[in-house]
Write a protein that binds this ligand. Structure first.
Ligand SMILES: C[S@@+](CC[C@H](N)C(=O)[O-])C[C@H]1O[C@@H](n2cnc3c(N)ncnc32)[C@H](O)[C@@H]1O
Length: 247
């Protein structure tokens, strides 16, 4: 099996396909991450876009076979845009009864999480490389997720780029449909206007209920990531929004 590259992004950004919510980037991997990809990808990783690189195990219905993927049946947490994977690794280590599927479009982040999960000996984490929205649309069965995490999504600060933001009504409706009733969608950002957008969009969906009165208190179980720290260093305030599917 060959190893993944960032080449899938050319496919994802063809005309008539949904807009990308991530920045296309190329970066060198470095020795540890190359090593992690070579050794851990076949066991813990899969490609959203290219089955030749090791696609997701699927059920006869074409949906993600989570039992085959994790080797057990457990509540599943989906993290969209896991970045370098620090949050995924820390939260999964503290929450061994649930399985974590991290999806990241940027290959060095995928490889870094492979390094972290190997170091910590985590068995409840799998990593997908590619566009998480595409994976959710095509492969995640309705009503199957226990939680969705979207931490510090790309802010796309220019008004003409707001259409690329991950937290927008159509994407929220998609994610909500994949949550079980009672499952939660947790978003966080350090961009003030995006925080307002998150609160508006997430509370406008009639099947979602806010778990707090407005923004949620910062949950202690969410570690501070590099992106979050960068925002804090810039004097930004971090906001969390946690909603629950109620029907
Ligand atoms: C600003 S970074 C934050 C990363 C991490 N959550 C953190 O807090 O450090 C946003 C990440 O989301 C990823 N991303 C954005 N849209 C995505 C999508 N549709 N599928 C997979 N990854 C995505 C980007 O590649 C980027 O690494």
């Amino acid at each position: 099996m060959s190893l993944p590259s960032d080449a899938f992004r050319h496919v994802a950004s063809r005309p008539h396909e949904p807009l990308r919510t991530f920045h296309p980037r190329r970066a060198t991997l470095g020795r540890d991450r190359e090593h992690a990809l070579a050794h851990l990808w076949p066991r813990f990783g899969f490609s959203v876009h290219d089955d030749a690189l090791g696609g997701a195990p699927t059920t006869p219905y074409g949906t993600l076979d989570t039992r085959a993927l994790f080797g057990r049946d457990a509540p599943l947490v989906l993290e969209i845009g896991s970045g370098m994977g620090e949050t995924t690794a820390a939260m999964a280590a503290a929450d061994p009864a649930r399985d974590y599927l991290a999806v990241e479009a940027h290959l060095p982040g995928v490889a870094n999480l492979l390094v972290l999960l190997d170091r910590a000996g985590l068995t409840n984490v799998r990593v997908a490389h590619g566009d998480a929205l595409d994976l959710v649309r095509r492969r995640v069965a309705e009503g199957t997720l226990d939680a969705v995490h979207v931490f510090f999504p790309d802010p796309w600060p220019k008004a003409r780029h707001h259409k690329r933001r991950l937290v927008q009504p159509a994407h929220v409706a998609l994610l909500r449909s994949r949550l079980r009733v009672g499952g939660t969608l947790h978003c966080a950002t350090d961009w003030a206007d995006y925080a307002e957008q998150m609160l508006d969009v997430l509370t406008a969906d009639p099947a979602l209920e806010n778990t707090a009165d407005g923004f949620a208190p910062r949950p202690a179980h969410r570690p501070v990531t590099k992106f979050e720290q960068r925002g804090l260093d810039l004097g930004h305030t971090v906001h969390d929004v946690v909603v629950r599917r109620v029907r």
